[in-house]
Ligand binder design. Sequence first.
Ligand SMILES: Cc1cc2nc3c(=O)[nH]c(=O)nc-3n(C[C@H](O)[C@H](O)[C@H](O)COP(=O)(O)O)c2cc1C
Length: 162
Amino acid sequence: MADDIKNALRMMPYGFYAVSTIADEDANVMVLNWASQVSYEPRLMAIGLAKNAYSYALVQQGRVFAINIFNKADADLIKPFTKGRAKNPDKMKDVVYAPGPETGCPILEGAAAYLECKVIDILHVGGDHDIVVAEVVNGGVYKPGEAGETLSLPDLGWSYAG
Ligand SMILES: Cc1cc2nc3c(=O)[nH]c(=O)nc-3n(C[C@H](O)[C@H](O)[C@H](O)COP(=O)(O)O)c2cc1C
């Protein structure tokens, strides 16, 4: 049967990011597309985070995350992080990164830019993902450019919506 809600949801062109977390020196990185700035002052970011992700428990505990933004040309650098940590315990083994100065969250080698965020609230709204609202406390740009050069889901022909 036609599902036009799903079809319409999949027409929204999301970005595609590597979200890093850390708690008690346990760092992790996952891919995520449900991310948006949601306030100018203060600068707030909201992400939709799967309750069953390894990263969810780290965000709950550490109350920090960073958004690593990549250029289209560097799409291959983000793909290893599509794997879940539970099934891939060594996921972080060979990952090259520096700790973010404000949060300690991994800032990945090859990222075009990053945003460090401190969690303000985790909204439990009854879905399979919760909404994590955080203040952006620091950011950096390694490869200055326009948003049009930033990797997004349509560039890969992938979808996480519906
Ligand atoms: C294209 C794509 C987009 C995704 N977007 C999100 C997202 O917005 N939020 C989310 O919680 N998980 C998203 N995921 C799923 C997580 O990346 C996946 O559950 C990952 O294994 C979690 O890693 P972790 O368990 O090591 O934290 C997406 C996956 C893919 C492939």
